[in-house]
Design a protein. Structure first.
Length: 124
């Protein structure tokens, strides 16, 4: 996937990724909780998350990118690019994971997978 589709406001997506070289991205129970905490911090403000599935070496997310009108209010996030939010999230998790497990290099495959969901019967 050399040119991934951009994440557009108001659209629904299946987001997925796995460990580089199919390595584990979760080694302990605490990794799952920390992953979700970072996800909520970095990505949560710009998406509505409907479901997630975290497996030892990969994950899946079902979400909708918020519209511009959804990003204004107490904190104006209207200029935040959802793809950049994911990048920040992946980098934060990888940095922590690498430090905890004395490893270096990429943790996730790049780019992360994304499929626009256009029907209720997805993947139908």
């Amino acid at each position: 996937m050399s040119n991934p589709i951009p994440l557009e406001p108001g659209k629904f997506y299946h987001i997925y990724n796995r460990g580089n070289n199919r390595e584990n991205i979760f080694n302990e129970e605490r990794n799952y909780a920390y992953f979700l905490k970072l996800y909520a911090f970095h990505v949560g403000p710009v998406v509505d998350t409907f479901a997630y599935c975290l497996l030892r070496n990969h994950f899946h997310l079902s979400l909708r990118v918020k519209d511009e009108k959804d990003l204004t209010g107490l904190q104006d996030l209207s200029g935040l690019d959802p793809s950049q939010a994911f990048s920040n999230f992946f980098n934060a998790y990888a940095k922590s994971f690498n430090k905890a497990y004395h490893r270096t290099g990429a943790l996730f495959q790049r780019p992360f997978g994304r499929i626009e969901v256009t029907t209720e019967a997805y993947p139908g």
